[in-house]
Every structure is written in C-alpha cells, then in structure tokens.
Design a protein around this ligand. Sequence first.
Ligand code: SAH
Length: 248
Amino acid sequence: MKGSRLALPLIMVAALLTVISLLPGSCADQILTVEEAAMDEAREAMVSLLKAYGIRDEKVINAMRKVRRHKFLPEGYLSRDAYGDHPLPIGHGQTISQPYIVAYMTEKISPKQGEKVLEIGTGSGYQAAVLAELGADVYSIEIVPELASHSIDALAREGFKCTVKWGDGYQGWPEHAPFSVIIVTCAPEELPQELVEQLADGGRMILPLGEAHYQRLMILRKQGEKIVTEDDLPVRFVPMIKGSDPAH
Ligand code: SAH
C-alpha cells in the first residue's frame, strides 16, 4: 500500500519530465527565441533610422521590416550588430551593403509587382530578398562561386524565389533580357554597355560608377533610343571585378 502510494507520484514526475523533454519549447529553443526577439527589435530600430534618414516609400519600409538581414550573413560572420547602419563583411573581401543604401537604391528604382529585375553582385542575397519581397521577379549574378552558392541557400531558406547564377555581371543575362530594372551593387569604372542594352524601353538602372574610392551613384532611364542619366550621390562600393565569365 505504502509502496504504491510512493510509486504513483514518481511515475507522474517521470511522465512530466518525459513530456517536458519532448516539448518543442526546450531550453535551447527558448534561448533561440530570445535571440530572434532581440534581432526583431534591432530590425525595428533599423527601420526607424531609415525613416529618420528620409526613406518614405511604405512598400520599401515594409520590405526592410520583413527581410531578416541577419539570416543572410554567412556562417562565421553572424554579428550581434547585424542591423547597424553600416556594411558588414561576408567573406572573400566582400560586404553586405549598409541598410540605408539598400533601402535608398530600392526606393530610387521602385520595382513593381512582377517586374523583371537584374541584380549584379548577389553577395549575401540580402538586396535580392528585399527586391523579391516587393514582388519583383529577381535575377541575380555573383562572380564569387562561394557567395553564389551561399546566397542561393540563404534565399531558399528564407523563402524567397530568386534566380541566382555564378557568372560575370559584365555580360548581363541575355537569355532573360530585357529587364525593367537593373541594379548594380559593385562599382564598375565605366558604364557596362551590355547591361544598358539589356534594359527594357522605359526601364531604369542604378549603379555606383567610378574608381575604388570615389564613385557616384548614377540612375539611367531608357526612353526609346535615348538614355537619360541622373548623377545622384557620392558612394563607396566594392569594385566590380573584371574577368571572363567564370561559368564558361
Ligand atoms: N548586393 C549584395 C552586396 C554585394 S557586395 C548584398 O545584398 O549582400 C558586391 C558583390 O558584387 C560582391 O559579392 C562581389 O563578389 C560581386 N561582384 C564583383 N564583381 C562582379 C562581377 N563582375 N559580376 C558579378 N558580381 C560581381
């Protein structure tokens, strides 16, 4: 009688422990949830800063709020400061652009739902994700093979459908041209003519143009045979690497 009275609570404790260990909200998960909550908060602070800096387009603001920048940092480069307004290293001497520049360039070219967009310099995949979040049909080219495969994985993990290839951006992507928007996130010294040719009539292109430490952000609009050029801001991007198409 005494034995069975003791056995029942013991069985109940054992059962409870088993249930706790099987629960999805285990200790490790709870720590992860706390970290994710901190990242959400940091992202919200980033959005407030973008607004204070003058980003106005609600759709762009919402995309910046939605896309989880920290999930695009390659393993070993994850930073607690993933939402600071500065570029971050992603390996191979490359960086993920400063959030303000990502938002600014996106706002300037303002891609619409279903528009075909070509990005040159996929890097982490973050800018491509922001464009996809706006509903654009995104194609992106990256010259560093490790970054091309990293971005393909990161975009898929975060649920974005973008078409990324390892290749040389100077060639553009003739099979999918023309593009309504072309966004270049590395700096060529001269305007790549192949890209201008792959721009649709009425299309727009944004790119940093110039030497390693002094570039201007340029916006081009194709109107029939005419190209209207706007010289916008001084910027600093990584150089656009010259070389033959590595995929061929
Ligand atoms: N848009 C990226 C930022 C990338 S930094 C992001 O959101 O993370 C610029 C990228 O351009 C680098 O990854 C670099 O490897 C790539 N790049 C440089 N020259 C290139 C070229 N000729 N063709 C394609 N990509 C190039």
